[in-house]
Design a protein around this ligand. Structure first.
Ligand code: FAD
Length: 592
C-alpha cells in the first residue's frame, strides 16, 4: 500500500478541519501539515454547504449581556440546556474562547451583520438566556468556510482531496497511521504522522431524513471506535423541521411568522395529533417552536415535531404555507409575551394579513434566499420534514481536544463531551472554531516532540456475505425506523439484534466498489453504537424521546430521571461494544 508521511495530519476539511490545519501551521510554521478530505474543499461537509433561515455563530462578546461575568452565563447555558450530561470544563472553554474565535473570523473578513453603531448584531437563539447569536444570514457557515479556505490556501499545507479515512493503525495505544481510500480510484493508501486531528463531522447519512451532505457516513466515529477510542453521548442528535431536498433548516423566523402547517391536500393536520390543551395554545406553541427548533423532551413544542412525524409516517407530505393564516390564528388572542417580542420587529406584526408578510418583516433575507432557489413563499408552500441535523456527541475529548488515544485529537461535530443532550443554537459552529484551534495547536506541539512510527501495512482482506448495497439499505432502514425521533426499547433491541447478525455475516464488496463497502462497514459500526446508547438510556432527555405509547394525541413518554444525569461512554473491544455510565465534569459549586 502506498505510504505518505507528514508531521500533523488533519482529517476533514469542514470548519473544524480547516481551523485545525490553520492553527497547526500558524503555531509551528516549520511543521509539515497535511489535510485530507473525503470531498473536495467547499463541495462537501456541512459547514461548506448547509444553510438555515438565519444561521448562527454563538459568541459571548465584551458587550453581550449580562454586563458582568457574561461568559459564565454562556458556559452555564451550554451545561444547563445540555441536560447536565456534558463536561462543564469544555463548556467553559467554549464560552471563554468565543470572543477570540469570532475576532479571528472577523480578521478573515467574514461579513457578520452589525448594528447601526458598528457592534456585532446578536439575537436570542435556542437554549440561551441572552442574545449571543452572531450571523451573516442563511449562509453564515458557508461564509465562515469560504474565509477559512482563503486563509488555508495562503499557507503551505499539503492537501489530499477525495481521500476517505477508514481506519487507524494503533501501536501501544498510540495512533501512528491512518488508512485512506482514494474515492475516485478505490485505491487504498496510508498516512503516517506524528499527530492526527479527526474532524470528519457527523453521520447524518445513517438516517433517511437528514440534511447532511452525501459523504457524511460517520467514518470518523467508526474508525475511532475500531481504534479503541471512547465515544460519548451518541444518543443525542438534533432533529428539526427542514427542507427534504435542499440542506436547509427552517428554524426561528420561519415558525415565528406563524405559517399554516399543511399536507399535500392543503389540510391543516396538526390538530388531529394534539391534545385539546395543546390545540388551545397552538399559536403560542408554534411561535415558541421558533426558539426551540430542535425537538426536545423539555420543551412543550415537541408535540409539533411529533405531529409532523406522525403525519409523514402515514404517507403524507408536509408543507409550511405562508400565503394564509392558520385557521386557529386570531390576532386579538396572541399572548402578551409574543406581542412584546413583536414590538422589536413591528408593533403591527400580528395584524399583517399573511405569514408571508410577517416573515418579510422578521427575516427578509431568507425570503430572498429561497426565491433565488426558485421557491417563492408568497405563492407556494415550503416542503418540510423532520430531519437529522447535528450530532451532539462523538469521540470523547478533554480540554486539550485530546481523545482517549495518544496522538489523536478531535474537533467539531465528530468530537463529543462539550455538548450534552441539547446545545444552544450556534454553538456548533463556535465549537468547530474553538476546539478546531485547540486541536490543531496541541497536535502541532505534540508533533514537534514526537517521531514517526513506520510499520509495514498489509491490505486487509474484507470478506462477507451480504452485498454492500443490500446491507446499507437495511442499516439505514433500521436506524431510521427505530433510532430516529420515536424510540421504543423493544424495537431498539430487535434492531440491534439484526445489526449484530449483519456484523457476524459481514458485508461483501459489490458492483459499487471498495469505497462504498468501507463506508457501509462504517455505517454498521456507528449504527450499532447509536442504537446501543439509545437502548441503554432508559429515560427521555433532550432529543432522546423514549416512549411506552406513541399514538398521538395519546403519547406516553418514559420520563426523565435524575439518576440519568450522567453520560454513556462507549468503546469497541474485540468487536463488542462496551459501555460505561460516567459522571461528567460538573461545575464548581460557585459556578452554579
Ligand atoms: C441545515 C443545517 C443548519 C445548521 N445550522 C447551524 C447553525 O445555525 N449554527 C450552528 O452552530 N450549527 C449549525 N449546524 C451545524 C454545523 O453546521 C455543523 O455542526 C458544523 O458545520 C460541522 O463542522 P465540522 O467541521 O465538524 O464538519 P463538516 O463541516 O461536516 O466537515 C466534515 C469534513 O470531513 C470530511 N469527511 C467526512 N468523512 C471523511 C472521511 N472518512 N475521511 C476524510 N474526510 C472526511 C468531509 O468531506 C468534510 O470535509 C447546521 C447544520 C445543518 C446541516
Amino acid at each position: 500500500m502506498k505510504k505518505l508521511f507528514t508531521d500533523v495530519a488533519v482529517i476533514g476539511g469542514g470548519g473544524a478541519g480547516l481551523r485545525a490545519a490553520i492553527a497547526a501551521k500558524e503555531k509551528i510554521p516549520s511543521l509539515r501539515v497535511m489535510l485530507l478530505s473525503k470531498k473536495p474543499l467547499g463541495v462537501g461537509g456541512t459547514t461548506a454547504i448547509a444553510c438555515s433561515d438565519r444561521m448562527a455563530f454563538h459568541a459571548t462578546l465584551p458587550y453581550t449581556l449580562p454586563e458582568k461575568d457574561n461568559w459564565r452565563h454562556h458556559a452555564m447555558d451550554i451545561y444547563r440546556i445540555g441536560g447536565e450530561v456534558s463536561d462543564y470544563n469544555l463548556a467553559e472553554i467554549l464560552a471563554k474562547e468565543s470572543a477570540d474565535a469570532l475576532e479571528y473570523l472577523l480578521s478573515l473578513n467574514v461579513p457578520f451583520a452589525r448594528t447601526k453603531d458598528g457592534k456585532i448584531d446578536q439575537f436570542l437563539t435556542d437554549g440561551s438566556i441572552y442574545p449571543r447569536a452572531c450571523y451573516v444570514g442563511p449562509e453564515t457557515a458557508v461564509e465562515i468556510h469560504r474565509a477559512l479556505l482563503r486563509r488555508f490556501k495562503s499557507l503551505d499545507v499539503d492537501l489530499h482531496e477525495n481521500a476517505m479515512l477508514y481506519d487507524f493503525i494503533v501501536k501501544e495505544k498510540r495512533v501512528v497511521a491512518a488508512k485512506f481510500v482514494d474515492t475516485t480510484t478505490d485505491e487504498p493508501f496510508c498516512v503516517f504522522a506524528k499527530a492526527f486531528v479527526l474532524a470528519t463531522g457527523g453521520a447524518g447519512r445513517l438516517f433517511k431524513r437528514n440534511v447532511f451532505p452525501s459523504e457524511m457516513t460517520g467514518d470518523g466515529y467508526a474508525a475511532a471506535l475500531r481504534a479503541g477510542a471512547e465515544l460519548v453521548n451518541l444518543e443525542f442528535m438534533q432533529i428539526g423541521i427542514c427542507h427534504p431536498h435542499i440542506l436547509f433548516a427552517s428554524s426561528g423566523s420561519m415558525f415565528r411568522s406563524l405559517p399554516r402547517v399543511v399536507d399535500e391536500n392543503g389540510e391543516e393536520f396538526l390538530m388531529k395529533y394534539l391534545s385539546s390543551d395543546d390545540v388551545s395554545r397552538l399559536t403560542e406553541l408554534q411561535f415558541k417552536k421558533g426558539a426551540h427548533w430542535p425537538v426536545s423532551y423539555e420543551s412543550p413544542t415537541k408535540v409539533i415535531d411529533l405531529a409532523v412525524y406522525a403525519h409523514l409516517e402515514k404517507g403524507h407530505r408536509v408543507f409550511l404555507d405562508f400565503t394564509k393564516n392558520p385557521s386557529y390564528f386570531c390576532p386579538e388572542s396572541v399572548p402578551e409575551e409574543i406581542l412584546k417580542w413583536s414590538e422589536k420587529v413591528d408593533t403591527r406584526l400580528f395584524s399583517l394579513p399573511t405569514p408571508y408578510e410577517r416573515l418579510l418583516k422578521i427575516n427578509p433575507s431568507v425570503v430572498e434566499w429561497l426565491r433565488e432557489r426558485h421557491i417563492d413563499l408568497s405563492k407556494e408552500p415550503l416542503e418540510v420534514q423532520n430531519a437529522l441535523q447535528h450530532f451532539q456527541g462523538g469521540v470523547k475529548i478533554n480540554e486539550r481536544a485530546q481523545t482517549s488515544l495518544k496522538g489523536l485529537y478531535a474537533a467539531g461535530e465528530c468530537a463529543g463531551g462539550q455538548h450534552g443532550a441539547n446545545r444552544p443554537g450556534g454553538n456548533s459552529l463556535l465549537d468547530t472554531q474553538v476546539f478546531g484551534k485547540i486541536a490543531g495547536e496541541n497536535a502541532a506541539s505534540e508533533a514537534q516532540n514526537a517521531h514517526i512510527v513506520d510499520l509495514p501495512v498489509e491490505e486487509e482482506k474484507l470478506t462477507g456475505e451480504i452485498p454492500a448495497t443490500e446491507a446499507r439499505s437495511r442499516i439505514v432502514e433500521l436506524v431510521s425506523r427505530h433510532g430516529f425521533l420515536v424510540r421504543f426499547d423493544d424495537e431498539l433491541r430487535k434492531a440491534l439484534d439484526e445489526l449484530e447478525r449483519l456484523e457476524a455475516k459481514g458485508i461483501a464488496k459489490d458492483e459499487k466498489g471498495l469505497t462504498f463497502l468501507l463506508e457501509t462497514r462504517n455505517m454498521l459500526t456507528v449504527a450499532r453504537a447509536i442504537l446501543t446508547a439509545e437502548l441503554i438510556r432508559n429515560e427521555s432527555r433532550g432529543p432522546h424521546l423514549k416512549f411506552e405509547i406513541f399514538d398521538p394525541p395519546t403519547m406516553k413518554f418514559v420520563p426523565k430521571k435524575d439518576e440519568w444525569n450522567r453520560y454513556i461512554v462507549l468503546r469497541l473491544v474485540d468487536g463488542r461494544l462496551h459501555y460505561e455510565i460516567r459522571e461528567p465534569v460538573r461545575p464548581r459549586e460557585e459556578e452554579r
